[in-house]
Design a protein around this ligand. Structure first.
Ligand code: SF4
Length: 237
């Protein structure tokens, strides 16, 4: 059997058609577009994870945005959520630049890998539980390939529930107790692995001040402490 790789996972993700509702929606959005991107060719396909193959930090989001990742083909790229997230990752030393606008913008993650729970943009930003379940295979394969991960940062409760479900499914953590969600809450999962929770950097949260740059920085500082500081080697290997 051929060995799995992150490149193989990415290829499988991009070709995936398992969720008819989501595939229809992504194609529809890519066809209709919105005025400010009307002259752009949208990606319109499932969006793979990306980053450093030797990452110790895995950041898990919910799903690509209709006019963000679904337009640009890279998660958290080309929308306000991405602006917020990558600016924070840059301040914390996990990204070489604070902006994320297109797949060829030069963004390189250091010691960090970013992946969505569901790989297709969902209507109203809400994938169903069944759709998330169908997509779990991809995050699981990435988890198995990212062997140096010591910290998982879940962006939002749905992302955290998805990570916990995955870790329980593979027996990495026990079925109980329940793990509480809250911004800045973290759980030590044994074996040097910790799960950190943050509010999702959606516009709804950042525009209302529920999530601020300062409170995001505080969570990433916790992650840094857990990892024992920065690692000198890095790059998008
Ligand atoms: S959400 Fe995941 S499983 Fe469903 S079609 Fe997209 S890539 Fe495939």
């Amino acid at each position: 059997m051929t060995r799995d790789s992150l490149e193989r996972v990415a290829r499988d993700v991009v070709a995936c058609e398992r969720c008819p509702r989501l595939r229809r929606w992504c194609r529809h959005v890519a066809h209709v577009r919105i005025r400010r991107y009307s002259d752009e060719e949208y990606w319109g396909r499932p969006v793979p994870g990306f980053g450093d193959k030797a990452a110790r930090l895995l950041v898990v989001g919910l799903a690509p945005a209709a006019h963000g990742g679904n337009r640009t083909g890279r998660v958290f790229t080309g929308d306000r959520s991405g602006d917020f997230l990558f600016a924070a990752l840059h301040r914390a030393g996990f990204a070489n630049q604070p902006t994320s606008v297109s797949r060829d913008d030069g963004l390189v993650l250091h010691d960090c890998y970013v992946a969505p729970l569901a790989r297709c943009a969902p209507p109203a930003n809400k994938p169903t539980a069944r759709e998330i379940g169908r997509c779990r295979e991809y995050l699981l394969r990435e988890w198995q390939l990212l062997t140096e991960v010591r910290a998982v940062l879940a962006l939002g409760k749905v992302a955290m529930d998805g990570v916990v479900a995955l870790l329980r499914r593979i027996g990495r953590i026990p079925e109980r107790p329940a793990l509480a969600f809250g911004h800045g809450v973290h759980h030590h999962l044994g074996g040097d692995l910790a799960l950190f929770a943050s509010y999702h950097p959606s516009q709804q949260n950042t525009f209302t001040g529920k999530l601020t740059a300062r409170s995001m920085d505080a969570v990433l500082a916790q992650v840094r402490r857990h990892l024992g500081g920065r690692r000198s080697r890095g790059g998008d290997r």
